[in-house]
Design a protein around this ligand. Structure first.
Ligand code: SF4
Ligand code: SF4
Length: 160
């Protein structure tokens, strides 16, 4: 008989305790947000997806050498003596671009977001953006290709 009343007491006590807690939390400021409709403002030094403004890349390979996981693959070809040498933008120091860059890939399957590749970049064209929403179903879709230069026709012929 004693345990019967004890159970009744515990039942009501638990319900009241739960309701009190719900009431208390409901008056507090929201701790959650309706992502993805609402997004949290990220800190200024957030490390998101890498971006290479390829027009300002001089193909120096410093980023690839600094990468601890070897996830940057670059192929460069020296411009011929007779070919004009373009320059990077003024904001990147107007440096001469002495190489064609037919391949500049970053494999985000391997990237550990350490940021070591961005530090040595002499033109500051390689940056970490705040972009973090780029999940993919296939690993191949996480390899980002920035190069715009085609391989010279002689090399293309050898590759076929
Ligand atoms: S952030 Fe680090 S791991 Fe990722 S590409 Fe740059 S150096 Fe490599
Ligand atoms: S360090 Fe900068 S300029 Fe040099 S290859 Fe990498 S992205 Fe291009």
């Amino acid at each position: 008989m004693r345990s019967y009343f004890k159970n009744i007491y515990l039942t009501f006590h638990t319900i009241l305790k739960g309701m009190f807690l719900t009431l208390k939390i409901s008056t507090q400021a929201k701790a959650t947000m309706e992502y993805p409709d609402v997004k949290q403002e990220l800190p200024p030094r957030t490390r998101g997806r890498l971006f290479n403004k390829i027009e300002d890349c001089i193909g120096c390979l410093l980023c690839a050498k600094a990468c601890p996981t070897d996830c940057i693959t670059i192929d460069v070809i020296k411009r011929g003596k007779d070919e004009p040498t373009p320059r990077t933008s003024e904001e990147s120091g107007a440096k001469p671009i002495r190489f064609w860059i037919p391949q500049f890939d970053i494999n985000f399957n391997l990237c550990c977001w350490c940021g070591l590749c961005t530090d040595p970049c002499p033109t500051k064209c390689l940056t970490m953006t705040k972009e973090y929403e780029f999940s993919a179903y296939k690993k191949e879709d996480l390899v980002f290709r920035f190069a715009k230069d085609p391989y010279p026709q002689t090399i293309q012929a050898n590759q076929q």
